[in-house]
Design a protein around this ligand. Structure first.
Ligand code: PXP
Length: 248
């Protein structure tokens, strides 16, 4: 079976986390994005959170002005964020749930419970020519609801897979993701995935043939502290490609 190379979106939020810890101008997530793109990232992801704990609005503007690859803006489904995205016009938006106390995005969107709000946001973003992904858990009821929103892309939340404590639990999550992906692709969605992926666990997800893109942040930024961004991005690319196209 011919498979397209899998795309890598590098999330540079946590470069901004280090900057915000001291209120300095460095390190700059935009520079990290440029290094990632030069090292083979297909897109750069930034999450503008409501509390601005890492990425700031000026980062979004500067990233959009300078990135040679498409920018994917992650954001909550609020009027403020949708208006901001429609003005900034990134190529992609990923709609995520957001609660202020959480350390990171802990679960997917409950599309079924917020269908009208999410569908309205998708329509506004589509009018601004932004391709929208819904970040959801790989559950059939979410797929069914997502199909009513008009969003062209889904991003599967891989947190449960990444955090599984036993190989049995992890394998069950892997299977759930693979069968969800097949069903979503059949329904016409372009399928992405991300959250908690690192070089050790990325292979099983990259090997799912219908997954088109992975968005990976924390593990790449953490690894870049030791070996630099270009090497950390290249290492992740290799792990993804090796799983996608195993050598005989
Ligand atoms: N995709 C989405 C929608 C996310 O919210 C996150 C976390 O910001 C990621 C991917 C990347 O997750 P991680 O930083 O664990 O690689």
């Amino acid at each position: 079976m011919h498979m397209e190379p899998i795309r890598l979106g590098v999330n540079v939020d946590h470069v901004a986390t280090i900057r915000q810890a001291r209120g300095t101008k460095y390190p700059d997530p935009v520079e990290a994005g440029l290094l990632s793109a030069a090292a083979g990232a297909d897109s750069i992801t930034i999450h503008l959170r409501e509390d601005r704990r890492h990425i700031q609005e000026h980062d979004v503007e500067r990233m959009l002005a300078r990135s040679p690859v498409p920018v994917n803006l992650e954001m909550a489904v609020t009027d403020e964020m949708v208006a901001l995205a429609c003005a900034a016009r990134p190529a992609y938006c990923c709609l995520v749930p957001e609660r202020r106390q959480e350390l990171t995005t802990e679960g997917g969107l409950d599309v079924a419970a917020h269908l009208d709000t999410i569908a309205a946001a998708c329509r506004r973003l589509a009018r601004a020519k932004i391709k929208v992904a819904l970040f959801i858990d790989p559950w059939p009821e979410q797929l069914e609801a997502a199909a009513k929103t008009g969003a062209p892309h889904l991003e599967i939340h891989t947190g449960r897979y990444a955090e599984a404590r036993s190989s049995k639990a992890r394998n069950a999550e892997r299977k759930r993701i693979a069968s969800f992906t097949r069903a979503a692709a059949k329904s016409g969605f372009e399928v992405h995935a991300g959250h908690g992926l690192n070089v050790e666990n990325v292979g099983d997800i990259a090997a799912v043939p219908e997954i088109v893109e992975l968005n990976i942040g924390h593990a790449i930024v953490a690894r870049a502290l030791y070996i630099g961004f270009p090497a950390a991005v290249a290492e992740m690319r290799r792990a993804m490609n090796d799983a996608r196209h195993p050598r005989p």
